[in-house]
Write a new protein. Structure first.
Length: 61
């Protein structure tokens, strides 16, 4: 039986690591809790917020 893995491609590096056994404390080190827009742009994001369900934040909008 294959273990079910979560898609970590939209998570911060810290939260992606926190998905592994023994690393759950790394969620607290995540600093990508908000979208950061590219300065002087319209709707272009420099950094997207982490989509890890651990943060329980809603998308800006």
């Amino acid at each position: 039986m294959t273990a079910r893995t979560q898609d970590t491609s939209t998570m911060s590096a810290e939260c992606a690591l926190a998905q592994r056994p023994g690393y759950s404390a790394w969620h607290e080190k995540c600093s990508q809790t908000q979208d950061i827009p590219l300065p002087h742009s319209r709707g272009i994001l420099l950094i997207r917020r982490c989509t890890c369900p651990h943060h329980r934040c809603t998308p800006a909008g």
